[in-house]
Design a protein around this ligand. Sequence first.
Ligand SMILES: [Zn+2]
Length: 459
Amino acid sequence: MLRFYIALWAAKLFYFINKLIGRARDDRPGLLAFKICPDFLARIGKPKLMITITGTNGKTTTSALINSYLKEQGLRVSFNDWGANLHAGYCLNLMRCVNIFNKVTKMDASVLEADEKTLAHTMGMIKPHYVLVTNISKDSLRRNGHPEYIFDCVEKCFEKLGADTTAILNANDPISSELARNTGAKRVFYGMDDIGSNPFENMVKDIAVCPRCGGELKYNYRQYRHIGDYYCADCDFKTKDAKFYATKVDLKARTMDILEDGETTTYPLISETIFNAFNVLSAAAALRTMGYEKASLAEFFERQKVTEIRETCVKYKGKEFHTYGAKSQNVSAASTVFEYMAKEKSDKIVVLCMDEVQDKNHPTETLTWLYETDFEFLNSPNIKQIVVAGHMYLNHRLRLMLAGVDPNKIAACEDESKVADLVDFSQDFEKLYVLFEIDYVTKGRNWRDAIVEKAKEVM
Ligand SMILES: [Zn+2]
């Protein structure tokens, strides 16, 4: 017990100093607490509402929505909004909820965006009241291995939590909807009707066969990738019945009708993409399950936009210059963004800023994602030019050529400072997208701004 208090006080002092010098978004106080007391998370006092959001894609946006809504309801919410979704981040998150005597006096709720792999150990100690899983999809092979492995990691978490938690799950995901079947947890599903999104076929599937019998997995319809209305030809495995069911989604008008216990409510959407419609749907399902009012939720979503970090736009001479977060290495996320580039009808130039920091030291280890990601989607007539800069430029160029992209459409160089020189402004384009690896928010913007400056010179 003494060790716990030493950890708590040391972390509090460290955090206090960090706040004074403007470094409140530093995880190290949490790391220190964990180093001094390995079961810090089990011993720390817990706020009366704790929700964990995990899954391959969409957890950041969904967590941010839930956090903002709870704050607007007057709750004091501890939220690790700088992506500290590991042990140290949780320690810091919960440490901020308690006073020096470990009494929960400072916060009413904790929103924990959580990494899938380490979930069982950490959440087993934290014991959140709700665990929302957005989806399980193909991610970085290096970091996350295979979706089946990630499923096992998340399932272990539910096994530890037992009947004390409510699982909020995506009925349309044949992988994550199988979670917590026999763990005693209450399961609440959200799902979506066919909205005619007609997704492209992916080269590498997130799930190949029925997870129960190994039979052939079939679809009545898909929304994107493996998310859709599925069934097994050989057993009774099929899409679960959803308590929160989106019956109509109008992406252009940005509205979604959700049927809940026989009553339909229209909710505004935060963007025009199908995956953000799922983010709103999952956040609404979670907040409704917690008992919040439909009307106040609808009013809240009306005022939300996709986080500026992920998508920003500058206009010059009638053309739009966007930055757009794309997560390199994450096969499902990158493919989905490439599909969006093809489907979003405007004539465009696509600039790839997708090399990871780690790649620089181990470039030969991380090529696999290029060949599991659907670069084929970028071979689309509305994409007029593809620009690549960075130390992996030749790998990107080769992959694009193997995807059938005309080499004359590809401009690539190693020196990132020359990216603006590669853009062909004589092309007839309406939009330019800098697709940036999500750790490179600033770099993505710098590239875009350099391109806009160049446009001002030559256009
Ligand atoms: Zn089956």
